[in-house]
Design a protein. Sequence first.
Lengths: 113, 115
Amino acid sequence: EAQVTQNPRYLITVTGKKLTVTCSQNMNHEYMSWYRQDPGLGLRQIYYSMNVEVTDKGDVPEGYKVSRKEKRNFPLILESPSPNQTSLYFCASSRAGGANVLTFGAGSRLTVL
Amino acid sequence: AQTVTQSQPEMSVQEAETVTLSCTYDTSESDYYLFWYKQPPSRQMILVIRQEAYKQQNATENRFSVNFQKAAKSFSLKISDSQLGDAAMYFCAYWGGTSYGKLTFGQGTILTVHP
């Protein structure tokens, strides 16, 4: 089944404890992206990647890091999480850029205490 | 920077009736794409419809259609014969040519369908 898999789906952590949210797709998509969803703000793009070793900032990159060492994986790293990073996170992928239809992961609910 | 605005935080409709969700955007691009995504309570994001800006014809997918007004920078979604399964959060999204890779979403509209 073609899909984007995110883990963990739910996580409660404490301020400053590094964490990684993994994202993997099995569709050989070039483009991958991370979003956070907050009430009243919709989805905001954190980082995106056009292909392996090519990443760029979205609208809200502060406090996050990403890497794209393999085509299928695009992990989101929070080096020192803070409470304002409590959010619902989505990973998505597509064949080539946002003009194509995105396939989204199921979302990761992150709470930082 | 491009912005997308959904001015209706919540909308409601009776089953079998028609409802229109509004979306406006701001851009200086001439070539871009617009999308409507649906997010049901399961949180899964599902594409509803896509519109290419250079196409004059409004996109249609079964009961879902758009009214794309390029000059007015307006992109509304019309849902006909509303069904209980249409209840969800709906997001309008913009992808612009020179901002390759950046996808901008609106704030979302929660649609309630009454039986």
